[in-house]
Design a protein around this ligand. Structure first.
Ligand code: AMP
Length: 584
């Protein structure tokens, strides 16, 4: 190991962040800024507008959250604080996620952050807004609702962030965004992040951003041949199944020596523990360890006493392990360049190397960036099933037995066979022996299937930035519809509103909440779009009855949606969700 020690979030200190934030980042196990953070934070702290092309997973939330928190000064001025920043996001899930992130980073500052989105009782939001908050994270529809009621004070807003702007436009929020920007002070700072940059986004940027700094993450390209030739696969896995999926994949791959990359120090520690519980001999390596500890870990990997190294990028820098066979990205690296760097550790000197990447559905875009940079296709594989695992474990046992048969030291075990031969058939003796070998090799009793997330081609998705006349309008328009006597059909705006709807095969889901729970179509769209990779436009007809609702979604997303919605509440109620019986 040659690299410098990085026990603190030093890279962040270089960006000039205040000590309260640095301590929070260290506590979260962040070791260094991601590329987007390194590029975006300084200009944002200097007051510049910013136009950033970056997908989820690049660390863009902290890129705008930290500069926002630099402007929060609790207790100054007395009285109820007014928001200094307004973050607009497309879905309620993102509103909650971004609020949580800002809260986490700003914990020591006692920053008050409020997510506001449709589907949540407005009364509670009103109460908190009255008490005063420093940052509001809102979906556009609900933000407009509050602005119209005069309950969202915007005079003190210094910074407005449009996060996932392309998604917001896709969901039909263009007018709301215009109106909200009009309602904020002219001298505000404006930040726009978008995964894609269609002309409509550029138009918004032209009208509302002043001389913005432009940042593009994951668009660079390398010379052909620069990326090592390695078998590269990716698996799409829901966050909740990642650890189990990795265990399963490693069992099947049976690497001789692997390094597993995680984003944070805390993730390194958790995953090491999980893998050890699964029978691996894994060692954690992160920037919080001193040189002696790291040397010890490396020694164990080199000598074969450990077979897995779980590490952060910082800790693994400069690390040279001769016999690595596998590099695993437990998270998609926040920049495609980091991916190339990581997988450069295998496939050296003509040996075959394997690179495995686990991606959450929302991170698929990052995979595309990597493909562009490496000019190689990432094969999306299915997480091995229980049957795959069993078959592979048998193969490994066959290999082991074959190897033992080829050794010439078997004679001393003949007494065991002789002792049993009168009583049992030779085949039965062999079977019992194989069973013992199989069990002793640590074959795990893993019998729970990991739900597969169907791979969808982006070309199957409705085109972005075109024909929004029929697109889903207002995923969170607040409280205007009221109870209806008939089942509701189509978009939240009324029965006749044409929606883009799903393309290809469509299935119907039964959702166990209905009109009696005050559920409206936009609550269902918001919940599904917020929790899954579907967007509003992928969701078809919605019919709401007294006690339940039926929602049409693309057939290939059914399992994914059911799994993702299992622990979600809709209008505060946990709803059973399954394939509709009549649909089958
Ligand atoms: P985002 O792209 O903002 O959704 O962030 C993706 C993930 O990366 C989140 O889980 C963050 O907690 C994590 N993350 C963001 N910045 C860093 C960093 N500098 N080091 C490690 N993890 C980070």
């Amino acid at each position: 190991m040659t690299e410098d020690q990085t026990p603190q979030a030093d890279g962040f200190a270089d960006l000039g962040l205040r000590p309260e934030l640095l301590r929070a980042l260290t506590g979260l196990g962040y070791e260094e800024p991601t590329p987007i953070q390194r590029e975006a934070i300084p200009p944002l702290m200097a007051g510049r507008d910013l136009l950033g092309q970056a997908a989820t997973g690049t660390g863009k939330t902290a890129a705008f959250a930290l500069p926002i928190l630099e402007r929060v000064h609790p207790g100054v001025g007395g009285g109820a604080p007014e928001p200094v920043a307004l973050v607009l996001v497309p879905t309620r899930e993102l509103a909650v996620q971004v609020s949580e992130a800002i809260y986490k980073y700003g914990r020591e500052l006692k920053a008050e952050v409020l997510p506001i989105y449709g589907g949540q009782p407005i009364g509670r939001q009103l109460q908190v807004l009255k008490r005063g908050v420093h940052v509001v994270v809102a979906t556009p529809g609900r933000a407009i609702d509050h602005i119209n009621r005069g309950t969202l004070p915007l005079d003190a807003v210094e910074l407005v962030v449009l996060d996932e702007a392309d998604e917001m436009l896709d969901m039909g929020f263009a007018d709301e965004i215009e109106a909200i920007l009009q309602a904020t002070p002219d001298n505000r700072q404006t930040v726009l992040f978008s995964a894609t940059m269609p002309p409509r986004i550029n138009n918004i940027a032209k009208r509302h951003l002043t001389d913005p700094v432009r940042i593009e993450i994951g668009r660079a390209s390398t010379e052909p041949g620069e990326a090592p030739l390695v078998r590269q696969s990716a698996y799409l896995v829901a966050r909740s199944h990642k650890a189990a999926a990795l265990g399963r994949i490693l069992d099947v791959e049976a690497p001789a020596a692997a390094i597993v990359f995680c984003r944070t120090r805390n993730e390194v520690d958790d995953l090491t523990e999980t893998l050890n519980g699964r029978g691996y001999r894994s060692e954690a390596l992160h920037g919080g360890m001193d040189q002696e500890q790291r040397d010890r870990v490396m020694g164990r990997l080199r000598s074969g006493t450990a077979d897995l190294l779980v590490a952060t990028d910082v800790a693994a820098r400069g690390l040279d392990v001769e016999h690595l066979t596998h590099v695993v990205n437990y998270d998609v690296p926040s920049a495609a360049e980091a991916y190339v760097h990581r997988i450069g550790r295998v496939g050296r000197a003509g040996r075959e190397g394997v690179a495995i990447t686990l991606a959450e559905p929302r991170e698929r875009r990052l995979l595309a960036n990597i493909e562009r940079l490496t000019r190689q296709k990432l094969t999306i594989e299915k997480v091995p099933t229980v049957a795959d695992l069993r078959a592979r474990q048998m193969e490994l046992t066959i290999d082991q037995v074959r190897e033992a048969l080829q050794a010439d030291d078997l004679d001393r075990f003949r007494v065991v066979i002789d002792a049993l031969a009168d009583e049992f058939e030779l085949t039965d003796i062999a079977l019992a022996t194989v069973k013992l070998v199989h069990q002793a090799s640590g074959a795990t009793d893993d019998d729970e299937e990991i739900p597969d997330i169907p791979v969808r081609n982006d070309r199957d998705r409705p085109q972005r930035g075109t024909d929004h006349s029929g697109s889903y309008k207002g995923g969170d328009r607040g409280g205007s519809s009221g109870p209806r006597s008939k089942p509701e059909r189509g978009g939240p705006g009324g029965q006749s509103q044409a929606r883009r709807g799903p393309q290809g095969d469509v299935s119907r889901l039964y959702v166990g909440v209905g009109r009696g729970d005050k559920v409206r179509p936009q609550d269902l769209v918001g919940a599904i779009a917020g929790e899954t990779r579907l967007s509003g436009g992928d969701i078809g007809a919605i019919r709401i009855f007294d006690r339940f609702a039926l929602v049409e979604i693309p057939t290939d997303a059914v399992e994914d949606v059911i799994e993702a919605m299992r622990n979600t509440t809709i209008r505060g109620k946990k709803a059973a969700i399954r394939r509709d019986r009549d649909d089958a």
